[in-house]
Design a binder for this molecule. Structure first.
Ligand SMILES: [Zn+2]
Length: 315
């Protein structure tokens, strides 16, 4: 039996593919652009044609897919994916297995990111880990005793929808005060725009955004904060504090060895981790907080594809 695994990260812009070895080192990688208007059958044909171009494809026994949305690991069906609007109840596992004759696993992208972080950032050296994906949505994946923990329906780890403000902001999920409504990209930008609409001491945000509030991004907010912009610093402090409340809950509930932060917002680094750690110090159980490493992933763009490949190893 070979020790190579193929991973496919089906993103909204790119479909990344990579062959990795048993230690999750990337041996070969490539990508194609995601055609959101194409029929699932055509996308599947396109991807499986690309597989054959890998030099080591014949050494691969299993293929793993990471996809955003309602993905059923058990039956291998993509029920719905926001990145692939034409995909409705697609029997992805069955179809790829028929074409490739290899074992196929599919899972949601928060779980594959967690597996990726477990192998790339943690090097699989701990037993229990939580990965928090900080992007437009806030997601999570749980590694329990070195394996993904999916829960009853595969929805374990919906960390972004844990309530952190009982009378807080309204969330798309129907709840009020979810973590995502304070630390998700849209809400961070909205908070910035609100602060800029009042008398304020911001000197850099609008300059960096070409005087167009629609161009404000987390990246611009990080740049502005590093230049000393008071509004940007305030926004990141707020985000860090809310993140710290969420992480304190996770630490108390789960007592993990490590929490890995990944996704676009994690690039803010110390701007959010310092206030988050202050909050954890105030709130979390001391022994649990002390033993839990908080790490910002160095591999955000690779987590999905590597984690997808490693699905077969995490059974
Ligand atoms: Zn929610």
């Amino acid at each position: 039996m070979s020790n190579y695994y193929l991973g496919v990260d089906m993103g909204g812009t790119l479909i990344k593919m990579a062959i990795v070895d048993s230690k999750a080192n990337i041996i070969e990688e490539t990508f194609v652009y995601t055609d959101t208007t194409a029929k699932p059958k055509d996308v599947i044909k396109n991807i499986t044609d690309v597989f054959k171009k890998f030099k080591n494809y014949h050494k691969v026994d299993s293929i793993g897919f990471g996809i955003a949305g309602a993905i059923n690991f058990k039956d291998g069906v993509v029920r719905y994916s926001p990145n692939l609007p034409k995909w409705n109840k697609v029997q992805l596992k069955k179809e790829i297995e028929q074409i490739t004759n290899k074992q196929v696993f599919i899972d949601n992208d928060a779980n594959t990111a967690a597996l990726g972080a477990y192998w790339l950032d943690i090097k699989s050296t701990v037993d229990n880990m939580v990965c928090v994906t900080l992007g437009t949505g806030v997601g999570g994946g749980i590694i329990l005793n070195k394996k993904l923990f999916r829960g009853n329906n595969g929805t374990a780890g919906e960390i972004g929808h844990i309530t952190i403000e009982p009378n807080g902001r309204k969330c798309n999920c129907g709840n009020i005060g979810c973590a995502e409504t304070y630390i998700g990209v849209r809400h961070i930008v909205k908070e910035t725009v609100d602060l800029l609409s009042k008398p304020n001491k911001s000197k850099h945000i609008l300059k960096l955004a070409d005087n167009d509030i629609k161009q404000i991004t987390p990246k611009i907010l990080s740049q502005a904060a590093k230049k000393g912009d008071l509004v940007a610093k305030q926004v990141w402090k707020n985000v860090g504090e809310k993140l710290g409340i969420l992480l304190s809950d996770i630490i108390d509930f789960f007592n993990p060895d490590a929490i890995v932060l990944c996704g676009g917002i994690s690039n803010a680094g110390n701007l959010i981790t310092l206030p988050a750690k202050q909050e954890i110090k105030k709130r979390a159980f001391k022994t649990s907080a002390k033993s839990c490493k908080i790490i910002v992933s160095k591999y955000t763009s690779k987590l999905g594809v590597v984690g997808s490949a490693m699905l077969a190893k995490s059974l």
